[in-house]
Design a binder for this molecule. Sequence first.
Ligand code: TGC
Ligand code: FAD
Length: 392
Amino acid sequence: MKPDLFQAPDYYAVDELLTEEHRMVRDAARSWVKRDVSPIIEDYAQRAEFPKQIIKGLADIGAFGPYIPQEYGGAGLDQISYGLIMQEIERGDSGVRSTASVQSSLVMYPIWKYGSEAQRKKYLPKLASGEFMGCFGLTEPNHGSDPSGMTTHFKDAGDHYVLNGAKLWISNAPFADIAIVWAKNEEGRIHGLIVERGMEGFTTPETHHKWSLRASATGELIFDNVKVPKDHILPNKSGLGAPLGCLDSARYGIAWGAIGAAMDCYDTALRYAKERIQFGKPIAGTQLQQKKLAEMITEITKAQLLAWRLGVLRNEGKATSAQISMAKRNNVEMAIKIAREARQVLGGMGITGEYSIMRHIMNLESVITYEGTHDIHLLITGMDITGISAFK
Ligand code: TGC
Ligand code: FAD
């Protein structure tokens, strides 16, 4: 892969909306991605392997639990710092950002918000340092967009629960030490359970042959009469709203992360267009390539402002789930369109692993699907503005 020459665009001086702490956190993540992710990520993606050696670096830049209080090992940062960290990581690779999103918003968040104090103390510091890695099991083979129909279930067996069922498409599953598993009790109520690797009957086969998010490990979670101790249930929230609350936090991070992928594609295309000579002049001097580049920076700027405003609302505790859906949907679509346009600017070179763009395109095909598909987020906005659900 070519050396990482990334220069972040900031057309509307969004930097001036950030505090000194935001910029410090962002710059630390940016330097780490340049040093430890960019040089290796293409090879790992080509081999379809998660680079485990970056786990410590992710912990060091505060990517595991950015907003979790420091007393539990988190970084104690605000929502905008969290977003900026996701932006920088996804600038490197969406799969690496996935690993961080799952660890922070889908594993640490539910333990912090819905767990007991003993669970918080037992798991959060180890998850923040990367000593433990986690995964989040909501999706099932027959229940993706509609998780309320899940069939994974547990029964009370005296001093423990017995868990049966299966989860599919689970990021980090093949190497996770713990899984937050959403399952129904005998009354059909959804609860979160902390399942640990090594519990008898619990297996995590890897999903192979993905063309997308190749540097992120994805797998299944299979539960065959797994005995789960009773103190592994998350006691403080149940019902579908519990997993959906975690998704709010992860979707917010993705709204920022997608900006990073788009910035990387734009920056690569701009540099290439200025250097590539055809018909005796740089292709950047042609109207058609300028149209592409001008539209890219316009869309990135709009997405930055949307994410920043959402971050302010989240810091104030005022952001709604529907506002988060709008930002996730808009920014991921923005990024995937920019990635496709940027690839064309590079001509044939755009399809090679010499540049990051093709990898971003492939990754974003997952990002536009997971954490709620593009269409599901549109229906969430539709329901919010009309008051009528079009899901069922
Ligand atoms: P509905 O009846 O609307 O709601 C059920 C209960 O949940 C509450 N609720 C929420 N709570 C918190 N946050 C949200 N975003 C919420 N949305 C709804 C709601 O108020 C209600 O509460 P209560 O107390 O009245 O019971 O539920 P529904 O069955 O009609 O479904 C709504 C729908 C379709 C929006 C929801 O099911 C949905 O979002 N589906 C998409 C599924 C999804 O996003 N799956 C993601 C799996 S995890 C993943 O992809 C990780 S990728 C990891 C990586 O980054 O690598
Ligand atoms: P389906 O729900 O079958 O949807 C298929 C199509 O139908 C979509 O286009 C959808 O928009 C459309 N559709 C569905 N319902 C409606 C409707 N009512 N109206 C109109 N259109 C509709 N899940 C986890 O729990 N944990 C993870 O860590 C995780 N990681 C993932 C990693 C990757 C790489 C991928 C690809 C997925 C991951 N997922 C994870 C699963 C992901 O959240 C689901 O793939 C996603 O929610 C969609 O579910 P589905 O694939 O079953 O599609």
